[in-house]
Design a protein around this ligand. Structure first.
Ligand code: HEM
Length: 483
């Protein structure tokens, strides 16, 4: 087979003699059923769309490399970090959360920041955001939260009322809401924002010691943002601002870079901080856990086919490598189920067989048959289609990859995740970092987002702003009054 195609064919490779005129009974006659070529064309067109991602449907991505610049092998045995200078191919996809696949790029929203590292020990996916925290700390709350971000069932419009109704009843959202309504909620391009793994993960070193870790991607392009007015103007000019900036930049040889850093917490520090280190609504103060340099991520190659390489990409927090592990973060735990399940629905059972998702290392599993199982048994031996087996050369489990045991305690129960939790202290720390201009834009953005929201919901939310700082509440009230 050659890529140089001398003539057009059907999907079965049968040559096509005429791609302009249907096969008809007489010059003006009806089309014959035996025009399979026409049937195939129409049938394929009907199947061109696949379900869009239930969240983060609008996205932009590119290929690149991750290069290690500093030795962190005392924290992790992951081979990706084994030596300074080591390079690993990556795929990155950025996204907005709420908009559909055709949404305008420059809308105010949290941005997804996904990276797939194609390591020699399998794919490692960090599926983060451009924010270090999230709206919820219990996964029970995720589907309802997303309903408030999507369209109202009757009006089919986004609903400010639903958003603030939910947020005002969920004070743990305030940290993320404050970031979303700040300058960071509307970056000008994907290159001008940071990325965060957001959750706490774990590192395991060669001595089988565990550390807790948070991942940071610091943009080297600088942070730039649009105000709501500037974003509206930009969207008026183009709905594809991010795609144009990212694709166009890389096409022109401008390769964006991020410095990859980690915060590391000794396993035994759990219980010593005033916050729960596995609470996704909290950051670890850098004063307590400083950033440690790790490497540089660069994007340097555009996809040749957006659908095959970006839309078909399946990022999942469950894709993990030896030396990097999960944590008890409840939201992370739910995501470990949710993403691969979404991929089986959105892309098909053996979605990892799609070229963009294929690990760049041997794969040996015993899953059998099913849609998209192109390659037959992955064990390298057709006789080994079950396990355990005594087939010579068949893949076997490798106990050397076992993680050290993690001590857990407590009664099984539904614990109120708000009991004894301070949802305001870190928001106050953030608010205090804003200069006057940043504060005013925060107030204005909130006032814009509260348009049409009933007074009792606004008042409920004001209580939360006031608990952070009287100036936060007063500023929002003034911005609403000034509208
Ligand atoms: C996409 C579920 C929380 C970041 C998705 C998708 C699902 C999902 C089902 C679509 C996956 C696909 O079709 O490929 C959930 C659930 C969550 C949760 C159940 C909480 C219980 C989060 C958090 C973050 C996040 C906390 C960031 C820290 C993303 C990103 C994508 C995504 C970046 C897009 C991935 C891509 O680029 O393909 N989420 N999510 N999600 N989620 Fe979440």
């Amino acid at each position: 087979m050659t890529d140089k195609c001398p003539y057009q064919t059907t999907t079965a490779g049968n040559p096509i003699s005429d791609n302009q005129n249907s096969l008809t009974a007489g010059e003006r006659g009806p089309v014959l059923l035996q025009d399979y070529q026409l049937i195939e064309k129409l049938a394929h067109q009907n199947r061109e769309r696949i379900p869009e991602r239930v969240v983060h449907a609008k996205g932009w991505g590119a290929h690149g490399t991750f290069t290690v610049t500093h030795d962190i092998s005392k924290y992790t045995k992951a081979k990706i970090f084994s030596e300074v200078g080591k390079q690993t191919p990556i795929l990155s996809r950025f996204s907005t959360v709420a908009g559909e696949a055709g949404a305008a790029d420059n809308e105010r929203d949290v941005r997804g920041f996904s990276v797939k590292f194609y390591t020699e020990e399998g794919n490692w996916d960090l599926v983060g955001n451009n924010t270090p925290v999230f709206f919820i700390r219990d996964p029970q709350k995720f589907p309802d939260f997303i309903h408030t971000q999507k369209r109202h069932p009757r009006t089919n419009l986004r609903s400010n009322t639903a958003m603030w109704d939910y947020w005002s009843l969920s004070p743990e959202s305030l940290h993320q809401v404050t970031i979303l309504m700040s300058d960071r909620g509307c970056p000008t391009t994907p290159m001008n924002m940071n990325g965060y793994g957001s959750h706490t993960f774990s590192f395991i070193n060669a001595d089988n010691e565990r550390f807790w870790v948070k991942f940071h991607f610091k943009t080297r392009q600088g942070h730039t943002f649009y105000t709501n007015e500037q974003a509206a103007e930009k969207i008026g000019q183009t709905r594809e601002g991010y795609q144009e900036a990212l694709f166009g930049g890389i096409e022109n040889g401008n390769f964006p870079q991020w410095e990859v850093k980690v915060q590391v917490m000794p396993e035994s520090d759990v219980g010593k901080t005033w916050y729960n280190p596995f609470d996704l609504t909290k950051v670890w103060p850098h004063g307590d856990y400083p950033l440690i340099d790790v490497g540089v991520m660069e994007l340097n190659r555009n996809a040749d086919n957006y659908f095959a390489e970006i839309e078909n990409a399946a990022f999942s927090p469950s894709n993990i490598i030896p030396g990097v592990g999960f944590s008890p973060d409840k939201v992370l735990q739910a995501r470990l189920f949710s993403y691969a399940d979404a991929h089986r629905y959105r892309l098909g059972t053996h979605y990892e067989s799609l070229p963009i998702n294929q690990p760049k290392c041997p794969v040996h599993h015993y899953h059998k048959d099913g849609a998209m199982n192109y390659h037959g048994p992955k064990t390298g031996n057709a006789d080994a289609y079950y396990e355990p087996n005594s087939v010579s050369g068949a893949a076997k489990e490798a106990p050397s990859f076992a993680e050290p045991p993690l001590k857990l305690s407590g009664d099984a129960d539904r614990y109120n995740h708000r009991d004894g939790n301070d949802d305001y202290r870190q928001v106050k720390d953030l608010f205090d970092l804003f200069d006057d201009g940043q504060k005013q834009r925060l107030f204005n953005n909130i006032a814009d987002a509260m348009e049409g929201v009933p007074a009792e919901i606004i008042e409920r939310q004001m209580v939360h702003f006031g608990r952070v700082d009287a100036a936060y509440e007063a500023g929002v009230r003034e911005a609403i009054a000034a509208k």
